[in-house]
Design a protein around this ligand. Structure first.
Ligand SMILES: *Cc1c(COP(=O)(O)O)cnc(C)c1O
Length: 384
């Protein structure tokens, strides 16, 4: 068919599907993306040691070892395959994304792999290091003054250039194969097979697009597992409020300090009905947890890993209190060396007015005694 068509993302589809040159290009592009997956090893499931007498095993799925260093490698691969197979990504036309972070880095990598230009639309305040990584992978950074205009600016740029606006915040949940195909959930369950508690009581995720939590939850339901999915939400994010009030229109003004997660609106890709529980996590608790991670397993990670770990430790404390044995899995989302001047900097903490001491103490006390000190830390809302 050669008539121009409108795609869902608004670009004009002006490629002739019967053109053998396009078909050969498409085949080769899909092959290259699939070959990247085929060359990649699975990511590790690391053990976070807990006192033996509790009978509880805590794991971190280490997503920092993907070729582009974060769990966004999985998302970018899925979005590229989805866009290619839908006929949305075309030879010589740019792929455009609204992202100030890891997604743009991973997408720049895949764009280069299949030989199309990549443009990241990001707030002017984005760190130079982020832009450097995108440019390292051959992408270009397009800055906007008002972060709220990122989405429209991306769509406009796609229309202007005849490119494709990838739109992670809409398509993350549907681009991923939630039934299997070695998605993150299937990989976790396979790696747990020889553990003493192969079906975890809880899997904890954090939400940026919401895609990871949707994949985990759908897979668990599809496979009829008893595992429950908990999503940890940082300050300055409206997912928790949207989930508790079932209001898809909640919004908040300020930006999340925990990079990669927390959004000012209920993103279409977040699937609240699929998950079992949410926790609101203070930013200081996220930082305390990610520093505790280094003390316990000798690895630095990004802030979102701390947000998830804090929630996972609370779930462990609940299980200890109930005398329940079992396993809990959370995610190591990206490496900490990207954030040395942030979550690992006391000067940054001071400038942000964050005091992590009470939360560090809470974690130490839990790991010593199995008891969450003084009940719930005071800044968390009662509904959890
Ligand atoms: C995107 C991201 C997440 C959350 O994953 P989603 O699937 O988008 O919800 C967590 N941590 C980091 C560092 C991320 O970049």
């Amino acid at each position: 068919m050669s008539t121009p068509q409108r795609t869902l993302t608004g670009a004009t589809l002006d490629v002739d599907h019967s053109d053998p040159v396009y078909r050969a290009w498409l085949k080769e592009a899909v092959r290259r993306v699939q070959a990247d997956a085929n060359r990649s090893a699975d990511t590790h499931l690391l053990l976070f040691p807990l006192p033996e007498r509790w009978g509880i095993d805590l794991y971190l799925k280490d997503e920092s070892t993907h070729p582009t260093g974060s769990l966004k490698h999985r998302l970018a691969r899925s979005l590229f395959l989805y866009g290619l197979c839908n006929g949305w990504i075309r030879p010589g036309r740019p792929v455009i994304e609204a992202s100030s972070g890891s997604t743009a880095v991973s997408e720049a990598y895949f764009a280069k792999l299949i030989g199309v230009p990549f443009i990241a639309v990001m707030p002017r305040t984005t760190s130079a290091e982020k832009c450097r990584l995108i440019e390292f992978h051959g992408g270009r950074c397009h800055f906007v003054d008002d972060p709220r205009t990122m989405y429209e600016a991306s769509a406009a740029l796609a229309a202007e250039t005849g490119g494709h606006y990838m739109d992670q915040f809409t398509y993350a949940e549907r681009a991923t194969d939630w039934r299997g195909n070695n998605n993150i959930a299937e990989s976790i369950f396979r790696q747990l097979r020889r553990e003493r508690f192969p079906e975890p009581a809880w899997i904890v995720a954090t939400a940026g697009t919401g895609g990871t939590s949707a994949t985990l939850a759908r897979y668990v339901h599809y496979m009829q597992h008893d595992t429950r999915i908990c999503v940890a939400d940082p300050e300055n994010s409206c997912f928790f409020q949207g989930w508790t009030t079932a209001d898809p229109d909640v919004a908040c003004d300020s930006a999340s300090r925990i990079e990669g997660i927390g959004r000012p609106r209920m993103e279409p890709s977040f699937v609240p009905g699929a998950i079992d529980r949410m926790m609101k996590v203070p930013d200081a608790a996220s930082v305390a947890a990610v520093r505790a991670l280094e003390a316990v397993i000798g690895r630095k990670a990004g802030g979102s890993t701390g947000t998830g770990l804090w929630s996972a430790l609370k779930l462990v404390a609940e299980m200890v209190a109930e005398g329940r044995r079992g396993s809990v899995v959370t995610l190591l989302c990206d490496p900490g060396d990207r954030y040395l001047d942030k979550y690992y900097s006391d000067a940054w903490l001071a400038a942000q007015g964050l005091d992590i001491a009470p939360y560090t103490e809470a974690i130490d006390s839990l790991l010593r005694t199995g008891v969450w000190p003084g009940g719930k830390p005071s800044r968390e809302p009662a509904v959890q």
